[in-house]
Design a protein around this ligand. Sequence first.
Ligand code: MLT
Length: 206
Amino acid sequence: MTDLSFVHVYQPAAIANAPTLLLLHGTGGNEHDLLSLAPLIAPGAAVLSPRGKVLERGMPRFFRRLAEGVFDIDDLKLRTGELADFVAAAAAHYKFDARTVTAVGFSNGANIAASVLLLRPTTLAGAILFRAMVPLEPEIRPSLDGTHVFVSGGRRDPIVPADNTERLATLLREAGADVALAWQDAGHELTNADIEQARTWFARGR
Ligand code: MLT
């Protein structure tokens, strides 16, 4: 199926056989927001960066929410499927190896990445989740054996409670993922320490 229906940026790998990063912005961002992070985290990697299709008062997001931290689960499931299908279609179209895709998501982007892990577990080889929470409780426990996840929370994050991020790490571990959980001396915003630790984690081969 060809479904390149997300507005997106694709940048081919600068190094042969380098993996692909799937960049997923936060609420109000767009496909350009995280582009500068990619070479810092994975030099030479290909980049696929879609723009969320949902608009909340003009701000792009990856799925609808009813209130801060209260998600529209039906929409989330639908959008998760759309994003997973988009990744597969983009791999076929741009000819990158779909088995090497690591998501890099911030906030709303991290939450849809977590949802892809939980609902479409074969889509991603791994994920870097900045300021993520539990997007939904999956009805069927996914098998995430061999999937590597770096979760980075802000100790003073006013939007994402620490115990919610911890619950996400536990949920992913229970599904078999190899999860590294890091805490930053930060709020909801992304810091240099987040990027540095994500880079080290990625370079170690996850
Ligand atoms: C956001 O502002 O994006 C929230 O913190 C996370 C979400 O709604 O997915």
